[in-house]
Write a protein that binds this ligand. Structure first.
Ligand SMILES: C[S@@+](CC[C@H](N)C(=O)[O-])C[C@H]1O[C@@H](n2cnc3c(N)ncnc32)[C@H](O)[C@@H]1O
Length: 211
């Protein structure tokens, strides 16, 4: 994850390596930590021996909108997605599909929080990420992804949308005036996990853009 951050252009302020491990990367400060000290400050049970501190620049909503528009990609919008594992997984998928920018609305887990960053495998740093509110997105045309009641994905031109909004794990979308797109599911299955839905939608955008 740290290597991924560096590869994405993140500048490290501190890099701390566990005694006995090795990791080469540029940082303003390098520290070697005794194994017990390293274990006590690490947030995972089986840490990989490298910790880093970096300053990340969050973008504005306008910057994220402009980046998406310039690339001809929908802006990926997360609406109260609360699980950092899902936020990170969606960041990873968005980067893998080629989406340039993502906006998180109030109530979302922090995309730069430790759990989200780990779940993104460091790929969050490849995206332009902004915090936004619905007002910032008022002029944007787009689709809300809905577990039910939307136009089937095959009939929805989501690749031309200004944004694709993914809703919360428990409550779905918080805005009611969006066009809706639905990935049809087998009878009896209520919904997909939000990160799974994001993967299907974003790779469908990628497929259609390439066609
Ligand atoms: C677990 S679902 C939310 C289910 C929730 N009970 C509801 O009221 O919508 C989380 C999010 O994943 C996306 N999602 C899940 N299944 C989907 C599907 N079949 N088609 C499109 N999006 C879906 C939607 O954005 C949804 O808000």
């Amino acid at each position: 994850m740290v290597a991924e951050a560096v590869a994405s252009g993140v500048e490290l302020e501190v890099i701390a390596v566990r005694e006995g491990d090795q990791f080469g990367a540029d940082a303003a400060r390098h520290v070697m930590l005794a194994r017990e000290v390293f274990r006590s400050i690490s947030q995972t049970v089986t840490p990989q021996g490298v910790l880093a501190i970096a300053r990340v620049r969050e973008s504005t909503a306008d910057e994220a909108i402009a980046a998406a528009r310039e690339a001809g990609w929908p802006l990926v919008v997360l609406d109260r997605v609360q699980d950092p594992g899902n936020v990170g997984a969606i960041c990873r998928t968005a980067a893998a599909a080629g989406a340039p920018a993502l906006a998180v609305l109030d109530g979302c887990a922090d995309p730069f929080g430790a759990k989200s960053v780990r779940a993104s495998a460091g790929n969050v740093f490849r995206l332009i990420v902004a915090r936004a509110d619905w007002e910032d997105l008022a002029a944007m045309d787009g689709y809300g992804a809905a577990a039910a009641g939307g136009v089937p994905l095959t009939e929805s031109p989501i690749e031309n949308a200004g944004m694709i909004v993914l809703g919360s794990e428990a409550h779905g979308l918080s805005r009611s005036n969006l066009k809706l797109v639905t990935i049809p599911l087998m009878h009896g299955v209520e919904s997909l996990n939000v990160a799974a839905a994001a993967a299907l939608l974003l790779f469908e955008v990628r497929r259609r853009r390439a066609a």
